[in-house]
Design a protein around this ligand. Structure first.
Ligand SMILES: [Zn+2]
Length: 114
C-alpha cells in the first residue's frame, strides 16, 4: 500500500471509533457526516486537538488535525448537537450528500438562534 492509498483510506477516519465519517453508507447511498461547529465548542469537546492555520489562494483557513464523527463528538460533548452549534449547513458541504441524521440535527433546531 502506498502513502497515497493509505491517505485515501484514512483521511476521514473518526479519531475515537475509526468510522470513515465522510463516507458512510445509508441504504444504497454514500453519505457524509462532515460537520463544522463553532471553534469554542470544538475546543471544549476536543482539547486534544490542535488548530492548524494555512493560506491557500490568498485566504486564511483554520482546521483541526483530526476528524470526529457526529456520534463520538456528541459523546464527548455530553449532549446532542443542535442547529446553533453548526457553522456550515450540512447540505453545503462538498461531495456526497449529508446523512439523514446530520440533516435532522440541522432541521430539528431550525427555529433556534445561534
Ligand atoms: Zn466516531
Amino acid at each position: 500500500m502506498t502513502i497515497t492509498d493509505d491517505f485515501a483510506e484514512n483521511f476521514d477516519r473518526c479519531l475515537d471509533c475509526g468510522v470513515a465519517a465522510w463516507r458512510q453508507r445509508e441504504g444504497d447511498r454514500l453519505v457524509h457526516e462532515d460537520f463544522y461547529v463553532h471553534d469554542r465548542l470544538w475546543d471544549s469537546a476536543c482539547p486534544d486537538d490542535d488548530v492548524e492555520e494555512w493560506f491557500a489562494a490568498g485566504t486564511k483557513f483554520r482546521g483541526g488535525r483530526f476528524v470526529m464523527c457526529v456520534a463520538c463528538f456528541e459523546k464527548r460533548l455530553g449532549r446532542r448537537l443542535v442547529r446553533g452549534d453548526f457553522t456550515v449547513p450540512p447540505q453545503d458541504m462538498f461531495g456526497v450528500p449529508p446523512s439523514e441524521r446530520l440533516v435532522s440535527l440541522w432541521e430539528d433546531g431550525a427555529g433556534e438562534r445561534t
